[in-house]
Design a binder for this molecule. Structure first.
Ligand code: AMP
Length: 126
């Protein structure tokens, strides 16, 4: 894919106990499908659709509102990368999900956008 590099990303704002920080740094294996200097996209371990990719900033931010407050351009880059993954690995149509908080289904507290595509998706979601 374009704009990718094989070099693992390193961030000054990494949490050593965070699995997504460790994936971004190359310390935990993942099926990486896109990478920029500030964003990494990798396939979800438990896919809910034929295409299910997580897009994360290299920097550790707890959730989407925290990222939006701290670095709005990085949140825009996460979304741009999601769209690029959906276009390059699918037909460009996708659902982008940012679970925010435990009751909304967030289980990993490093912001990540789910890119879901490749099958018809129901609305409303459960
Ligand atoms: P959420 O419930 O929105 O916080 O989503 C967390 C997602 O991360 C789930 O869909 C998990 O399947 C996925 N996940 C957790 N650990 C890993 C991992 N090491 N590699 C890829 N996906 C993971």
């Amino acid at each position: 894919m374009t704009e990718t590099s094989d070099a693992p990303a390193v961030s000054a704002t990494t949490d050593p106990d965070c699995v997504f920080c460790r994936i971004a740094a190359g310390g935990v294996p993942a099926d990486v499908v896109a990478r920029t200097e500030r964003v990494v996209a990798f396939r979800d371990l438990d896919p809910q659709a034929p295409l299910h990719v997580l897009v994360v900033p290299v920097d550790h931010h707890r959730d989407a509102p925290s990222l939006a407050a701290a670095d709005p351009s990085l949140l825009a880059e996460v979304l741009a990368t999601a769209a690029r993954v959906a276009a390059e690995l699918g037909d460009g149509q996708f659902r982008f999900v940012l679970n925010t908080g435990e009751r909304a289904g967030q289980s990993v507290f490093h912001v990540h956008g789910h890119v879901l595509a490749g099958r018809p998706l129901q609305w409303p979601p459960g």
